[in-house]
Design a protein around this ligand. Structure first.
Ligand code: TC6
Length: 698
């Protein structure tokens, strides 16, 4: 017997207890242990088998780390069939999560009991695959096609009470999984309950699968696994036998298993978990956090305050005037009322948060007891310096002083205080109570426990926190400004903003860059351009004024009703603003450029190459610790399609030599913009990938 599965004969009931921490993933040893345990139970004359997990959960799924490696027998689909075909009565007792292959094992058993806190689900689509061990065939038979399609195409985790209603589990009982499982098996044996193989249940009636497929494909914005899973469920209804349905499921599963999307999504899964692992902070205790201050109650400050309140922190909101403070409170209430409507807050909690947990202030002295203060004032170095000088004067010793700047130099900000070790950047993304990304910007003198406090705050607020170094724009905005510039160059050379948005949305971005600019406000980019011109542009850099002219005409995007698009017919209509192309054509004429056509492929290739090249510089300079930190930043803050894994995973899948060759070829047109990143050149020379760097860093 393998140690991953404990075996015990308890009277006439054999107990198979999974012991593969942390999540009882169904790796090879676990599968072997289950197969051996079933054989032993049958050989030793048991009447029934109970399967459960020790530790925190039942099986949370196949072992994802085994994906892409040569599969070892017993394979999961055969194991599920083997369990189901046993002449003994087989029962699962579920606690924690029964996910993916875990739920498939449970569906292979004849009865399922769960504790009330258990969750079940088939989340494979999030990993770019589909349930490949009978889940698409068995779940529709027990829960019906509609519920199965919902669970399988969304991958959502279903709570025990709902799973009970759906028929996925048979009973919900509070208690220890081993004890409630044993009692249930005993009861089933005593009442002479029959074996109940799901494969012998009748095939469910079909629905209009073509319509479901089309709808799911559209919703997935290019992601293949949910739509492919629809075809597998279809086979549960239409295949001539259960075995034929399983075969169809297997074929579709293998197609997805061999896809780049599967690689991208599994990379994203592990990157999510690796991004917060920073060896230099191992064992460093964060400073205590209970009360925080937020300076500036605009959209960003109010969003940060909202997130903090929802996490149980008390917030002092500092504004310039009582009127501005009241307006900030109104924004916070507006944000919280969203949570109230969604049932995430009761009205009493809402009242507590807005009256007791939130304090309005106009005097810096009100921040004297705050554990951490986040400044979210106007993006101007002089203004920020004034704020930090005042904070230095009033804040208690040991308070963490954070700036939410999106571009400015945290070292300069820290330098105006007497305590630069307490200063760091906490760069939130708007709306801050919704967006998951937080860049924790570590300045030259930031103390380790201050950095750890930044990460602790991120965790408390439910953010994905990425460590960034100081530079213009940190990780995300620095890379953004380069790929945006690349888009601007393509416009000068002949592409339209609409062609670029279309091409990138087809690539999988939630929104193209010009639609995003309209949403964020064109005045933001305008301010950045003015600042950069004031600092002095490199004479080799291409510049253009058409976007400034759009702003000069009062068009700031959605908030003024017009930008690249005209929003008179609503944000979704996306009608091009007719004033835009003449401005662009005027600019081209003025610069003596004869426009040329750009294919969708070329648009994507150039845009992505610009992104990857700058990302490689960001990693090479140590601004991002590893390639995966860039990937996570773009995934959570910039609408990058998760199924592509992030820009540097995408680059690996494309082939770094080919990308470098393109960059060098384009350097012949514009040597200033297309300067290859030294790290990219090095990786190509050494025949290595970005992912090799990730692995070396772990
Ligand atoms: C499948 O089953 C396909 C079947 C078809 C076969 C033909 N494998 O998330 P946490 C690790 S597909 C390997 O921090 P939580 C994770 O990397 C699978 N490792 O904990 C981390 O390791 P680290 C379908 C796994 O409490 C540690 O466990 N199943 C796996 O916040 C703790 O994880 C899923 O998609 C795995 N399957 O959440 C479920 N799962 O400490 C995926 C976790 O070295 N897992 N690890 O960083 C989850 O959704 C969550 O982990 C959780 C627990 C809800 C189970």
């Amino acid at each position: 017997m393998s140690e991953a599965i404990g075996y015990e004969l308890h009277g006439d009931i054999a107990i198979l207890a999974a012991n593969n921490p942390p999540v009882n993933a169904l790796g090879h040893a676990v599968r072997q242990g289950l197969a051996d345990g079933m054989a032993r139970a049958e050989a030793e004359g048991a009447r029934a088998v109970l399967i459960y997990g020790t530790g925190r959960t039942y099986f949370a799924g196949a072992d994802i780390r085994e994906f892409g490696k040569p599969p070892k027998e017993p394979h999961l689909p055969e194991l599920c069939n083997r369990i189901e075909a046993s002449p003994l009565l087989v029962v699962s007792a579920i606690h924690g999560t029964a996910l993916g292959g875990g739920l498939e094992v449970a569906l292979g058993t004849h009865y399922r009991i769960a504790v009330p806190t258990a969750k079940v689900g088939l989340p494979e689509v999030h990993l770019g695959i589909l349930p490949g061990a009978g889940g698409t065939q068995r779940l529709p038979r027990v829960a019906g096609v509609e519920a199965a399609l919902d669970m399988i195409t969304t991958g959502r985790h279903v709570r025990a009470d709902e799973a009970l209603k759906l028929g996925v589990i048979d009973r919900v009982v509070e208690g220890d999984p081993r004890e409630i499982g044993l009692a249930y098996v005993r009861e089933l044996l005593d009442e002479g309950a029959p074996r109940r193989p799901v494969s012998e249940m009748p095939a469910p009636a079909p629905v209009d699968f073509d319509a479901v497929y089309a709808a799911v494909l559209k919703k997935g914005r290019g992601q293949l696994s949910p739509a492919t899973a629809v075809r597998a469920v279809q086979a549960a209804c239409e295949a001539e036998s259960f075995a034929a349905g399983l075969k169809r499921e297997r074929d579709l599963f293998m197609d997805l298993m061999n896809s780049d999307q599967r690689e991208g999504l599994i990379h994203a899964f592990f990157a999510d978990r690796a991004v917060g692992k920073l060896p230099e902070l191992d064992g460093v205790a964060p400073r205590p956090l209970a009360a925080i201050g937020v300076i500036g109650g605009g959209t960003m400050g109010a969003g940060i305050a909202t997130a903090a309140l929802l996490s149980g922190l008390t917030v002092t909101m500092l504004e310039m005037t009582p009127e501005a403070a009241e307006a900030a409170k109104g924004r916070i209430e507006g944000n919280l009322s969203g949570a109230l409507k969604r049932g995430k807050l009761t009205s009493q909690q809402f009242d507590n948060l807005t009256t007791k947990a939130l304090t309005l202030a106009t005097d810096y002295a009100a921040l004297s007891e705050a554990d951490l203060v986040i400044e979210a004032v106007f993006e101007d170095m002089e203004v920020k310096k004034q704020v930090f000088t005042k904070l230095d004067a009033v804040c208690k010793q040991g308070a963490v002083l954070a700036s939410n700047t999106s571009y400015l130099d945290i070292n300069q900000i820290a330098a105006v205080t007497s305590r630069p070790q307490d200063v760091l950047g906490l760069h939130f993304f708007s709306p801050a109570h919704v967006m998951k990304l937080l860049e924790v910007v570590i300045a030259d003198q930031t103390a380790p426990d201050v950095a750890a406090t930044g990460f602790a705050l991120g965790k408390r607020l439910g953010k994905v926190s990425v460590r960034a170094g100081v530079c213009d724009g940190f990780i995300g905005n620095r890379i953004l400004s380069v790929y945006r510039t690349c888009a601007d160059h393509m416009i000068l050379d002949g592409a339209s903003p609409y062609e670029i948005d279309d091409a990138l949305e087809e690539f999988g971005f939630a929104m193209g860059p010009f639609a995003v600019a309209d949403l964020a406000g064109l005045d933001i980019g305008w301010a950045v351009r003015k600042r950069k011109r004031a600092e002095g542009l490199d004479p080799r850099a291409r510049d253009s004024a058409y976007a400034d002219k759009l702003c000069e005409a009062g068009h700031f995007g959605q908030k003024t009703g017009k930008g690249y698009y005209d929003y008179a017919a609503g944000a979704k209509a996306r009608v091009p603003n007719p004033e835009v192309m003449p401005l662009i054509e005027g600019e081209r004429a003025q610069q003596g450029i004869t426009p040329r056509a750009f294919s969708k492929d070329e648009i994507v290739r150039r845009y992505m190459a610009a992104m990857v090249n700058e990302a490689a510089k960001v990693v090479g300079e140590g601004i991002a610790r590893r390639p995966l930190d860039v990937d996570v930043t773009l995934l959570y803050g910039y609408g990058f399609p998760r199924y592509r894994g992030g820009p540097l995973k995408w680059a690996d899948l494309q082939g770094l030599p080919e990308l470098l060759a393109d960059i060098k070829r384009w350097a012949a047109e514009d040597a200033y913009f297309w300067q290859p990143a030294p790290l990219l050149e090095q990786l190509v020379a050494e025949g290595r990938s970005f992912d090799d760097l990730n692995k070396e860093a772990v």
